[in-house]
Design a protein around this ligand. Structure first.
Ligand code: SAM
Length: 212
């Protein structure tokens, strides 16, 4: 079966999780097999996390879909991702933000920052910038961000990320050690912060100044 056919079966299977057409269509446009190590391309369209080296993973497609759905990404947004990994989630967000959108994604491990950069280039994404750094401190240079997506689990929501979220912005971040909750942080137009737990998730730990 061709990659595209396998991708369609996978994306259709995500619909019952409450994922809307916008996110499903965006995921249909991203060739996930270009974001996994060559020897794992055959399993790229199974709904599970896959190893990408350095004890890290590309997240399962349903998790990417859920986070993108909760983030309510629209065209032209400026988005910060903490934890580039393979670059796949950044690519899906780039599809949702469109040509006028801008994605900044920060990765702690130098070899993975390079892996993400190369994968994004191979797949043709020009509006995604990969930065190698400790993303637990956010990325002051381009703040504020309309959306922040953290793809590793923090002990608590890092204060710099709250500060770098734009008024009206939304952040999705796994929080907790062992038992993790996906927390949705919203900043209203007046700067008031609300946090809501979405449900249990499993992510690798956020390592860094505001991480573990
Ligand atoms: N979003 C990724 C993708 O689409 O492939 C999956 C990310 S993986 C589950 C989590 C990533 O967060 C790992 O690559 C890990 O090295 C990275 N990470 C952990 N702590 C970090 C930090 N403080 N700053 C940036 N990246 C971090």
């Amino acid at each position: 079966m061709e990659f595209e056919e396998k991708r369609k079966i996978l994306i259709d299977s995500l619909r019952p999780n409450g994922i809307g057409n916008k996110v499903l269509d965006a995921m249909m446009r991203v060739p996930r097999h270009l974001f996994v190590p060559d020897e794992l391309q055959g399993t790229a369209y199974i709904d599970m996390p896959l190893p990408i080296g350095y004890n890290q993973t590309i997240s399962a497609p349903h998790m990417v879909a859920i986070m993108c759905e909760l983030l309510e990404i629209t065209e032209g947004m400026k988005i910060l991702e903490v934890g580039s990994g393979s670059g796949y989630n950044a690519a899906v967000m780039a599809e949702l933000a469109g040509e006028k959108g801008q994605i900044y994604t920060v990765e702690r491990i130098p070899a993975l920052a390079l892996f993400a950069k190369e994968n994004l280039k191979k797949a043709g994404y020009r509006n995604v910038t990969v930065i190698q750094d400790d993303g637990s401190c956010g990325l002051e240079e381009h703040e504020p961000y309309d959306r922040i997506c953290v793809t590793s689990a923090a002990p608590r929501v890092p204060q710099p990320l709250i500060e770098q979220l734009a008024a009206g912005g939304i952040m999705a971040i796994p929080v907790g050690n062992g038992e993790q909750q996906l927390v949705i942080v919203k900043k209203d137009k007046e700067g008031k912060i609300t946090q809501q737990a979405w449900g249990g998730v499993i992510f690798v730990p956020l390592i860094g100044e505001y991480g573990y």
